[in-house]
Design a protein around this ligand. Structure first.
Ligand code: WT7
Length: 649
């Protein structure tokens, strides 16, 4: 069954923007003559000074540079807003659905959205925000999230959105790394019927950052509940906005000026501030939004990802708005108040395109037919997923239940660093295989390398690299260009290294096999094992910790932790609870350990390196095949760990 192919149906073919041969032609053109291809596609967006240069790139580490449309000038909001306000002012840009089912909804037309953006842009200016300043954004999924991001873009400021599930410690780290003097937040957010104390988290974060760094905190009063006010620093969002004009001339920036920073986890050290720039990013995200979702201008579109992640940036904000799409935005979760919420929401707004994550599908699938009971789902045309491999069972369930066995599923592989989709099927073009992200998007040249850097031909498995640049590629890591070069361009000279492994089958389709570095993917959230380990060892009672990923039915990967306690500290269930709480407060609930095993010691090589391979195998019950343990400093540790694991499970 896992080799099943779902060929393009007649129905999908008839409404598709592209035929398979048109895709082939366009793809060949895009990789054979990228200059010409992107010069043409660059016209998708509004330029105040048209570019004359298209691509200026070298992937050689010693001469690394990535520039697209480098002499062009623009303001991205003219593409996302002004041109639609001129053509279709009353078209709905955002339907907002609250967490509470039946609660008050909001509808913003392009005109409404544009006016709100301009007002807030003027408000930010009045507080002293200037071009190039970094504004930290810690908001729930409310229209003000989009408004804030676009208001920053309007005045050339750089937004740095921090996912609302991150802890004060995580916010503080990002504020400091970005030297960010302004924060936009909300008193509270809603999540599954409970409030989340966003403002209190920001206040706590500011206790952890240098006292004079953050000048203003703009607070949206979203939930009718008091939160502490710091009179010197806090500004009320609505008071600020109400005093402003709804006209704000866009600040024109260079195509290569930064649009935003978004932090993501790596295999070592602190999260990295991935930088995306204005011009190329907008061209690429709008082009991919159009072709991957077969977006014709008419559809109602729902990207379920939180805007705190790259999927939300690229495909809930910049891509769709550039294309003038009508977007649904939802503050809640798909299984609250019950597992039928997602389907009811699709019916309510007659949504045509649904972009979600495999973990959400698996969580609903656990409820059998319940999630779609009584729902029509007739509006659905295209389904799509991102963020992690989708297992074939979940794929088929989604296909049958939400797509009535006729709507194609686009399994899109990409990363925070790639800015937009890299490997993906397209409606009407690609025969689908559950679990495969299939083929490259326009301009993307993937390759598989063996560990020596040799390119593999035909059917093969190896390290997934990209041979040449595409416009939405990240340009640097904020404040650490060396780390950027080191992370992506040093493993394989001349290539962008994704840190994913992949397999290419006989049809040339790609299957992502997962990270080859020490990065976990938990419910589609990317997390460095090193990050969780350093949170753990920051606890007074912990001497050492090692984290590995284990398969998890719903989350994809679960977090399995080995902890060595300090001398004299007693292991206990209370200590376990305490450490779980600790990690949640250091990083956020997404990093909650699933399992903590007490380890008298960790398996180390004589040079002191932890052998994770062994820890991974023990955590997944694969003792038979532990491989060579002779290089271990103390091979006896392994038996103790196996015993400890068996006692635990
Ligand atoms: C990592 C990137 C998709 C953007 C949001 C996540 C994994 C992503 C897929 C997919 C298998 C996938 C990879 C990648 N991943 N999409 N369709 N199939 N794996 O962006 O947080 O930067 O995570 O997510 O391992 O490297 P991110």
């Amino acid at each position: 069954m896992s080799n099943a192919i779902y060929p393009v149906s007649d129905e999908v073919r008839e409404s598709a923007l592209l035929t398979p041969s048109q895709y082939d032609e366009m793809y060949q053109a895009s990789v054979n003559d990228p200059e010409a291809f992107w010069a043409e596609q660059g016209k998708r967006i509004v330029w105040s000074k048209p570019f004359t240069q298209v691509k200026d790139v070298s992937f050689q580490k010693d001469d690394l540079h990535i520039r697209w449309f480098a002499d062009g000038e623009l303001n991205v909001t003219e593409s996302c807003l002004d041109r639609h306000v001129a053509a279709t002012p009353d078209k709905v840009a955002i339907y907002w659905e609250p967490d509470t089912e039946g609660g008050e909804t909001r509808t913003l037309t392009y005109k409404d959205l544009s006016e709100s953006v301009n007002k807030f842009a003027n408000g930010l200016k009045s507080l002293g925000v200037k071009k190039g300043d970094v504004v930290t954004v810690y908001l729930p999924m409310v229209p003000e999230m989009t408004i804030t991001m676009l208001a920053c873009a309007r005045i050339g400021a750089v937004h740095s959105v921090v996912f609302g599930g991150f802890s004060p410690e995580a916010i503080a780290g990002r504020i400091e790394d970005g030297s960010s003097e302004f924060v936009v937040t909300s008193n509270f957010g809603w999540r599954a019927g409970k409030t989340v104390p966003l403002k209190a988290n920001v206040d706590r974060a500011l206790e952890l950052t240098p006292a004079d760094l953050v000048k203003k905190v703009i607070v949206l009063n979203h939930v009718d509940q008091e939160s502490a006010v710091n009179a010197d620093r806090d500004v009320d969002f609505h008071e600020l906005v109400n005093a402003q004009s709804s006209e704000c001339a866009p600040t024109i920036v260079n195509a290569e000026d930064p649009l935003f920073i978004l932090y993501t986890s790596g295999s070592t050290g602190k999260p990295k501030g991935v930088v995306h720039t204005a011009g190329g990013y907008l061209v690429y995200t709008s082009l991919s939004h159009k072709y991957v979702f077969n977006y014709t201008g008419e559809e109602t579109y729902w990207c379920m990802a939180d805007i705190g992640w790259i999927t939300g940036h690229s495909y809930a904000v910049y891509g769709p708005l550039t294309n003038g799409a009508t977007c649904v935005m939802f503050e809640g979760v798909p299984n609250y108040p019950d597992s039928g919420r997602m389907a009811r929401l699709i019916d309510k707004y007659e949504i045509n395109i649904v972009y979600t994550a495999p973990t959400a599908i698996r969580a609903l699938m656990a409820h059998g037919d319940k999630p779609v009971e009584g729902a029509s789902l007739k509006s659905v045309k295209i389904l799509a997923t991102a963020g992690e491999p989708i297992n074939p069972e979940a794929w088929r369930w989604f296909y049958e239940k939400f797509g009535d066995s006729k709507c194609p599923i686009m399994d899109t592989w990409w990363q925070t660093e790639t800015g937009g989709m890299m490997l993906t099927p397209m409606p009407g073009v690609t025969d689908l295989k559950p679990g495969s992200a299939t083929k490259p998007f326009f301009g993307v040249k993937p390759a598989l390398l063996d560990n020596d850097g040799k390119e593999l031909e035909g059917e093969a498995s190896g390290n997934l690299v990209i041979c040449d640049s595409w416009p939405a590629q990240s340009r640097t890591i904020f404040g650490d260009h060396e780390r950027f070069k080191e992370t992506y361009f040093s493993s394989f000279e001349g290539y962008y290294f994704s840190s994913d492994g992949a397999r290419r089958d006989a049809d040339g389709d790609y299957w992502i096999t997962g990270r080859v570095d020490d990065v976990l993917n938990v419910s589609g959230h990317r997390m460095g094992t090193a990050e969780i380990e350093s949170a753990l060892v920051a606890h007074d009672s912990v001497a050492e910790a090692a984290v590995v990923g284990v398969p998890h039915d719903i989350k994809g990967q679960g977090i399995y932790v080995y902890v060595t306690l300090n001398e004299g500290v007693q292991s206990s269930d209370e200590m376990r609870t305490e450490l779980v709480k600790w990690v949640r407060s250091e990083i956020g609930p997404i990093a909650t350990p699933d399992m903590i095993q007490w380890a008298p010691a960790l398996p180390k090589t004589r040079s002191g390196k932890i052998m994770r391979r062994i820890l991974r195998k023990i955590a997944t019950d694969e003792y038979e095949n532990l491989g060579d343990t002779s290089t271990l400093m103390d091979p006896g540790v392994v038996d103790e760990l196996i015993k400890g694991h068996n006692d635990l499970t």
